[in-house]
Design a protein around this ligand. Sequence first.
Ligand code: ADP
Ligand code: MG
Length: 345
Amino acid sequence: MSETPTIHELDDATVRRIAAGEVVERPASVVKELLENSLDADASRVTVAVEGGGVEGVRVRDDGVGMTAADLERAVEEHTTSKISGGDDLEAVGTLGFRGEALHTIGAVSRLTIRSRPRSGGRGHELVVEGGDAGEVQPSGCPPGTVVEVADLFYNTPARRKFLKTEATEFDHVNRVVTQYALANPDVATTLEHDGREVFSTAGSGDLESAILAVYGRDVASAMVDVETEPEDGPVTAVSGLVSHPETTRAGREYLSTFVNGRYVTAGTLREAVLDAYGGQLAPDRYPFAVLFVEVPPDAVDVNVHPRKMEVRFDAEVAVADAVTTAVREALLDEGLVRSSAPRG
Ligand code: ADP
Ligand code: MG
């Protein structure tokens, strides 16, 4: 028998590439991370421009706080964040990002260019990272705020690149992500462009209805009902937003958007809770439009479940679902859109 062990340690570059796959799966994941950074940076205007479904390139421009040269250099390093400072903060994350890994991992699997200038004054700078190798921070004449460009995604991870779908499918995913954030942040003027053409643009007026009009069009916008409840007790402090009439539906669930403390989540519990409110009045396999914001105390929810952070875990899952069903049901009943019999389930 050989004395040479068959188990060995992976080199850093390989470890980094594996980790990158957890955060960055496709162009839409890049868009999500960059958009979250812009929102965390207090932007009032964000433009997402993608080429070839995002496979060829992604550019996100914001007018947020920007970064100094020193911060720019740190931003692309591993586990660097300005958003939390230690484990205690994990119990109550108030920003969309906090892991400090997005820029680092995107830089490991693409050609990443960041230009940034602090909004508070000072000069602009630029930094290029290629396949994990960061260049020198250089002066750059750019407006206040930040522009991040990601080109040649997965050029050095061909296995991952092979899993990308057609440009149309990849763009679909990108569109979904930008739509969710545009709806979640009606006060931020959000524009999406594909191959130089504008797909939608919200005004940033703060009005959810006008944001829905911009992304879903007039027919949907005119068939929405206001939800607004602040439960007296229980784990949910507020449920607000808009849901559609029971006959304004689509075949897919993707128009049923739920947000927990401003963060888009794909929690099945919440979607089911919304569907329950319609009390069996939806046609089979049809789903309503919803843009629903659920507020819970930060310590009642765990957002640290998955690197892509689309999932959440509640301490009181059933009570949260009940509060959502009740809130939506009251809104539909008020408008006489559902019968007042007991909800399904
Ligand atoms: P995280 O968002 O989890 O902190 P990231 O890798 O996404 O980690 O970003 C690292 C840091 O870079 C952020 O904490 C922030 O300080 C800075 N940063 C990233 N994007 C922007 C932006 N658009 N505007 C201003 N600062 C940014
Ligand atoms: Mg981030």
